[in-house]
Write a protein of this length. Structure first.
Length: 77
C-alpha cells in the first residue's frame, strides 16, 4: 500500500522508477531473508507475497474509488 501510494504521488517518471525499484528490492529482500534464515518455506513466502499484493491493491482501489466519488460529488454540486 505504501509503495503504491508513494509511487503514484511521485513528481516525475524517474522518481517513480527509483521508488518502484526500491520497493521491489525491499519486498524480495525480506522474502529471501525469511527463506535464508530458515524461518519460512518458499511456499509460505510466495503465499504471503500474493496475499500482500492482493490486500494492497484492494486497499489502493478503495482509496482511489473514495477519491473519485468525492471529486464527482463536488463537481455535481
Amino acid at each position: 500500500m505504501t509503495a503504491l501510494h508513494s509511487i503514484e504521488n511521485a513528481s516525475s517518471r524517474p522518481q517513480r522508477i527509483v521508488l518502484g525499484a526500491f520497493h521491489l528490492v525491499l519486498i524480495f529482500g525480506v522474502g529471501w531473508s525469511r527463506i535464508y534464515l530458515g524461518v519460512h518455506y518458499f511456499s509460505d513466502v510466495a503465499a504471503g507475497l500474493c496475499l500482500g499484493i492482493a490486500c494492497g491493491l484492494a486497499a489502493h482501489g478503495l482509496l482511489r474509488t473514495r477519491r473519485i466519488v468525492r471529486y464527482l460529488r463536488g463537481w455535481l454540486r
